[in-house]
Design a protein around this ligand. Structure first.
Ligand SMILES: Nc1ccn([C@@H]2O[C@H](COP(=O)(O)OP(=O)(O)OP(=O)(O)O)[C@@H](O)[C@H]2O)c(=O)n1
Ligand SMILES: C[C@](O)(CO)[C@H](O)COP(=O)(O)O
Length: 217
């Protein structure tokens, strides 16, 4: 998923095309996705304004024949739906991944595919939360303090049996991740251990953190 603008990053170009250590966020994410032998096909969902740039990224990748490019939509859910429409007939397991989580390692893709193949139709990576989380009302007044032990901050890639994800999207609901659509459709979603390196580049501070990780590697 590379179809967002990246308003919170505040760069001149869409976030996926921002440079990080000599490559764009999209190139980093694509390289790691294609590095998983289980990944046979990648669909880059790009802003309509950047289809040509995304095509160049695809053509310069390790496996250009396995990479397609389509235009995204207004919301992330719309962009995922556009990607689903571009699946190839043989695509049986779908991993939905944010270009913004550009350093998520290939091993995470592999692990999630194996989880789905072992019988779990919807699997997402997540990490325990370090802070106490408060649920607040519109005025900022606390209405609940959920038990932290039962909370996870979920990441991407999120992995699904194709028919499960397509069914969830068919309802036309908008959500901040794809697992929520499966939950809304009554499906079971399993959370497995996430990866620190799968953090999302949202703000300039996150971009600096990603750069430090690359410098240390
Ligand atoms: N209409 C959209 C919105 C988001 N995304 C993608 O979904 C991922 C996660 O979204 P986020 O990090 O929030 O990116 P933006 O929506 O671009 O950021 P912002 O909310 O700051 O504008 C990103 O890789 C982004 O490119 C997308 O494909 N299509
Ligand atoms: C899909 C996601 O990365 C899971 O944590 C997240 O929900 C994306 O949210 P955003 O507001 O589009 O960054």
């Amino acid at each position: 998923m590379a179809g967002g603008r990246g308003a919170r990053l505040g760069a001149a170009e869409p976030k996926a095309f921002v440079a990080l250590g000599g490559a764009s966020l999209l190139e980093h994410a694509l390289q790691r996705a294609l590095g998983a032998p289980e990944v046979s096909h990648v669909i880059i969902v790009a802003p309509a304004s950047h289809l040509r740039e995304a095509g160049v990224v695809a053509s310069r990748s390790a496996r250009p024949a396995d990479v397609d490019v389509v235009a995204g939509g207004a919301e992330r859910t719309d962009s995922v739906a556009a990607g689903l429409r571009a699946l190839r007939p043989d695509d049986g397991i779908v991993l939905v991944h944010d270009a913004a989580r550009c350093l998520a390692p290939s091993s995470l893709f592999t692990r999630l595919v194996h989880e789905v193949r072992s019988g779990h139709p919807a699997v997402v990576p997540g990490l325990p939360v370090a802070d106490t989380i408060k649920q607040v009302d519109a005025h900022g007044v606390v209405v609940a303090t959920p038990d932290r032990a039962g909370l996870r901050a979920v990441q991407t890639p999120q992995a699904f049996l194709r028919e499960v994800l397509e069914h969830a999207h068919a309802a036309g609901v908008v959500a901040t991740d794809d697992a929520a659509l499966v939950e809304a459709a009554g499906g079971h979603v399993r959370v497995v251990e996430g990866e620190r390196m799968a953090f999302k580049v949202t703000t300039p501070d996150d971009l600096a953190t990603a750069q430090r990780h690359l410098d240390d590697a």
